[in-house]
Design a protein around this ligand. Structure first.
Ligand SMILES: Nc1nc2c(ncn2[C@@H]2O[C@H](COP(=O)(O)OP(=O)(O)OP(=O)(O)O)[C@@H](O)[C@H]2O)c(=O)[nH]1
Ligand SMILES: [Zn+2]
Length: 356
């Protein structure tokens, strides 16, 4: 992320406020910019408005006409996005950090599994942090660790209170744009406060939580980590909805993904319940979770299909000027790969769940 050879100023949009954009200049630019003014309040060039180019949080942008004394600038160009969400509007996310506590509230396998599956369905990297490790023994920690290894995860045990392994969290977050999520009370606010000392989120207070909810749902905002990397917060949500396609669901279990690299089911549309020669069914811990999530996914799909058109295999197609005709429905795409859209939808839902 160096300054372009023609001396362009590059930065990342942290927040959008009315018609202004708070832009964090890249580290390298600070040689050009005065060290005390790394953030500029920017407008969007009229040219961008004319071509309908939106600017969103997370965007990488080119800044022109910096006014260092006034802390102002103008966005002249938006670099291509690697991905984008519409609700909340955020671009270029690359990982999700799930935070759970090992105790207080107790670590519940089913809830953890649900969050993990939801997080996997976004398609981005998943980092699992287990906080409050100060509340359990080394032996108990080892047991949890062994168990989660069987799920395909290597959790990072941390204690915000005792400052254990926070340096490792920082390493995981550096140079990435991360969305943080997890159930209520596990210490997310405490962790963010520890990582970004001057951010000052209120911990364990209803008023603080409300403020935070308002903050993140109405205006999503990225916070810069002192050692590099950007973090977007989500308020607590307890039961994420799973809306994976039934046939995609199994790929959100890393322990099965690994297995399916070498083994195959007889049927390519196998749902791994009672089909003959199934490579997935069997002796793995989360198989029960899989079956339960699958029931949910099938029920959801059935409901959606019924809403769309109860029995017919034809669908009504409107062809302008009030004309319409029936055409065969498209085959459901059973073998398709996980689409980018599904992934984005999943991350979007993480936010929608948290708004409730
Ligand atoms: N023992 C222990 N307690 C902790 C630790 N980290 C946070 N806590 C406590 O856990 C409680 C909840 O912390 P918060 O940071 O408010 O949790 P949160 O995940 O932000 O909760 P929501 O705002 O509801 O999403 C507070 O009383 C913290 O002091 C830790 O490492 N060890
Ligand atoms: Zn199978």
């Amino acid at each position: 992320m160096a300054v372009a050879t023609d001396g362009q100023l590059l930065g990342t949009v942290l927040a959008v406020q009315a018609n202004f954009y708070r832009v964090q200049l890249d580290q390298d630019n600070r040689e050009i910019a005065p060290a005390h003014l790394p953030i500029l309040l920017c407008t969007r060039r009229t040219r961008l408005k004319k071509i309908g180019q939106q600017v969103m949080v997370g965007d990488r942008v080119v800044i022109e006409e910096p006014d260092w004394a006034g802390g102002r600038g103008a966005i002249a160009e938006v670099l291509p996005r690697t991905g984008q969400l519409d609700r909340p509007a955020i671009a270029n996310v690359n990982q999700i950090m799930l935070v759970f506590a090992v105790a207080d509230p107790p670590l519940e396998a089913y809830q953890l599994s649900r969050f993990l599956v939801k997080a996997e369905s976004t398609g981005w990297d998943v980092v699992l942090c287990l906080n409050k490790s100060d509340l359990i023994s080394a032996q108990e920690q080892q047991e949890i660790s062994d168990r989660l290894l069987g799920w395909g995860y290597q959790p990072l045990f941390i204690s915000v209170q005792n400052q254990i392994n926070l340096d490792q969290v920082i390493t995981h977050l550096s140079h990435k744009t991360t969305v943080i999520a997890g159930p209520s009370g596990v210490g997310k606010s405490s962790l963010i406060n520890a990582l970004i000392p001057d951010i000052n989120l209120r911990v364990g207070e209803v008023s603080g939580k409300l403020a935070r909810g308002r903050h993140t749902t109405r205006h999503v905002e990225l916070f810069e980590l002192p050692d590099g990397g950007l973090l977007a917060d989500t308020p607590g949500f307890n039961q994420p909805d799973l809306d994976a396609q039934p046939e995609e669901l199994v790929y959100y279990f890393p322990e099965v993904r690994k297995l399916l690299e070498v083994n195959h089911c007889r049927f390519s549309d196998c749902l791994h319940r009672d089909e003959p020669d199934c490579a997935v069914r069997g002796n793995w811990e989360r198989y029960e979770h899989y079956l339960e999530f699958l029931e949910e996914a099938i029920a959801r799909q059935t409901q959606l299909n019924q809403q769309a058109d109860p029995e017919s295999t034809l669908k009504l197609k409107t062809k302008g000027k009030g004309q319409s005709k029936y055409e065969p429905k498209l085959e459901s795409k059973k073998y398709r790969r996980i689409s980018r859209k599904t992934q984005l939808q999943a991350l979007q839902d993480l936010y929608q769940d948290s708004e409730e």
